[in-house]
Design a protein around this ligand. Structure first.
Ligand code: GRF
Length: 192
């Protein structure tokens, strides 16, 4: 994958909508010497996203947009280009980006999804895996294309489903794996 790096690390924006635990793990990873990325911006569609606290804690620029229409997407694209953002990590980001947005950052948007894709695209993945009596679920990091949760898979981690699991207990165990999977996906794509 060829990306322009500006300084020597890839300028990255992380998009969140909620708690931001994946954001936190990416920030921690970005501070390691071996990390190819530096996180320059946190973007959210939700003023109340708990994860926005990490902007203050780690002194990272934050921007909140409503993502409601083409105009707000235009503003975001402008903001990202202005800061030479070369990688976008979606991390618990609950909005679907438009085709034109994705085109603007072709091959440079990653997402983490709490299932073993191509199984269970979209919402309520843990409910679906338990209901179908699957033995395993897990998480996937993939490139974002214009079809929901369908871009090229970078890596996955399997998590065993226990008999007594509820969507909540399963989500909790998968989330722990997500925190390791996202950094390892980034390592993988930039060492290719
Ligand atoms: C994660 O399970 C992510 O895969 C999903 O939403 C959750 C977000 O968690 N899309 P957090 O905001 O990173 O804590």
């Amino acid at each position: 994958m060829v990306l322009s790096t500006g300084s020597n690390k890839i300028k990255t924006a992380v998009f969140i909508s909620g708690a931001g635990s994946n954001l936190k793990s990416l920030i921690k990873f970005s501070k390691l010497k071996k990390s190819p990325i530096i996180i320059k911006m946190i973007i959210s569609n939700n003023f109340k996203a708990k994860g926005l606290q990490y902007a203050k804690i780690y002194k990272i620029k934050k921007k909140v947009f409503d993502f409601k229409n083409a105009l707000s997407e235009k503003k975001i694209i402008h903001e990202l280009k202005k800061d030479n953002i070369d990688l976008i990590c979606l991390a618990g980001f609950m909005k679907i980006l438009s085709k034109s947005f994705i085109k603007n950052f072709k091959g440079k948007i990653l997402n983490i999804h709490p299932s073993l894709l191509p199984k269970y695209k979209g919402l309520n993945t843990h409910e679906k895996a338990i209901k179908n009596k699957d033995k395993y679920s897990g998480c996937t990091v993939h490139f974002v294309n214009s079809k929901l949760d369908s871009g090229k898979i970078i890596n996955q981690k399997k998590v065993k489903i226990n008999k007594l699991d509820t969507p909540k207990t399963l989500a909790k165990r998968i989330l722990i794996q997500e925190h390791k999977l996202y950094p390892s996906a980034i390592m993988k794509i930039f060492s290719l």
